[in-house]
Design a protein. Sequence first.
Length: 217
Amino acid sequence: MASGNGTRSSAAADPGGTAAAVDLYWLPLGAGGHLVRLNGRVFEAAAARAARRPACDLYHSALEVCVAPARFVIEQAPVRDARGEQRGVVAEGPVATRWAARFRIFRYEIRRWRDGEIPDIDEAVDSPRRLTDQRACAQRVLDLVPHVPTPVWGRDELETGDMWNSNSVTAWLIARSGIDTDSIQPPTAGRAPGWQAGLAVARREEAQMPPPHLMLR
């Protein structure tokens, strides 16, 4: 999950607007939050040692979706306060354990935030990456956000072999919307834990049913 102060994302600076676009942002894990960054480094050092590989930089992902004249930020992040409607929150889920989810600090939120901000976007690496400029596909991403699975953050509750986190949300949305995911990789020498969990769940669901075709009001 991301933390820190936000700045207006790049598409908002375009006075002419963008007809349609889905842009992916890679943000260093813990950007703007030293404790999260330190915990991430400890986690990656242990994971690298167990896998007998070099340690990598860890990344958190977010999406910016434009369907003119509107622009939305889509992201999983900690629950900031009780005013989630102001951030376009469409769902919440537990962090680490379900029994503690009654406390705000142990919940995450999924945002579809119109004219929103991506925290610490100035620290994004190799970003933004344009995934598509097809209006129907961009609209499909927006329609799917309320349907994102909300298992326990940081655990493999859905039995994919990978933890569920913000990267899982991004990967699930991209895959379920029909955008090709094969060429999407984190920045050089980087790793995006949770990405494969999102793809695995998307493939599993796609085999059972097509994505819902809901129009965003």
